[in-house]
Write a protein that binds this ligand. Structure first.
Ligand SMILES: *[C@@H]1O[C@H](CO)[C@@H](O)[C@H](O)[C@H]1NC(C)=O
Ligand SMILES: *[C@@H]1O[C@H](CO)[C@@H](O)[C@H](O)[C@H]1NC(C)=O
Length: 135
C-alpha cells in the first residue's frame, strides 16, 4: 500500500507541473538576404506582429509568457513578400512545443524555412514543419 505522504508528494509534484509558468524569448535571426514576412503564433493563440525580414543578420523576437505553454504548439509562419510589399503566399509553417525560461533561437534560411539553432533553458519537442518553400 502506498503511504499517504507518498501520495501527497505525487500530488504536490503534479500541481507543480500543472501550474508551471513559461517565460522565454523566441528569437529569429535571418541567415539570408532574401525578403520574407514571418509571424509567430504563441501558445495562447495570440499572433505576433508580422515581421519583415530584409537582410542577413536581422534579428526579431517575441516574448512568450503564460502557464503551461507545453499544452499548445507554438507556430511560426513564413510568407513571401509580393512585389508591391504585401504579404504573399505562405511558404512554411513550423511548429513545436516550447516551454521553459530563457530563450530559443531560430534561423531563417534562404528558402524561407525556419530551423531551431540554439536554446538555453527552453525545452522543445515535436519540432515539425510543412510547406513547399520558394520555387
Ligand atoms: C491553448 O489554446 C487554446 C485555444 O487557442 C486556449 O484557449 C488555451 O488557453 C491555450 N492554452 C494555453 C496553456 O495557453
Ligand atoms: C498571450 O501570450 C502573449 C505572448 O506571451 C502575451 O503577450 C499575451 O498577454 C497573452 N494573452 C493572454 C490573453 O494571456
Amino acid at each position: 500500500m502506498i503511504s499517504l505522504a507518498f501520495k501527497l508528494g505525487i500530488l504536490t509534484a503534479l500541481l507543480f507541473i500543472i501550474t508551471k509558468a513559461c517565460d522565454f524569448n523566441l528569437i529569429i535571426v535571418s541567415n539570408t538576404g532574401n525578403d520574407y514576412f514571418v509571424q509567430i503564433k504563441t501558445p495562447n493563440g495570440t499572433a505576433s506582429e508580422l515581421f519583415h525580414f530584409k537582410k542577413s543578420g536581422q534579428k526579431e523576437s517575441v516574448h512568450i509568457t503564460g502557464n503551461n505553454c507545453f499544452l499548445n504548439m507554438t507556430t511560426i509562419n513564413t510568407y513571401k513578400v509580393n512585389p508591391d510589399g504585401a504579404r504573399g503566399q505562405r511558404l512554411y509553417q513550423a511548429k513545436a512545443i516550447l516551454d521553459g525560461m530563457g530563450f530559443i533561437q531560430y534561423s531563417l534560411l534562404a528558402d524561407g524555412l525556419v530551423a531551431i539553432d540554439s536554446s538555453t533553458g527552453v525545452m522543445y519537442a515535436f519540432d515539425t514543419y510543412e510547406g513547399k518553400g520558394k520555387k
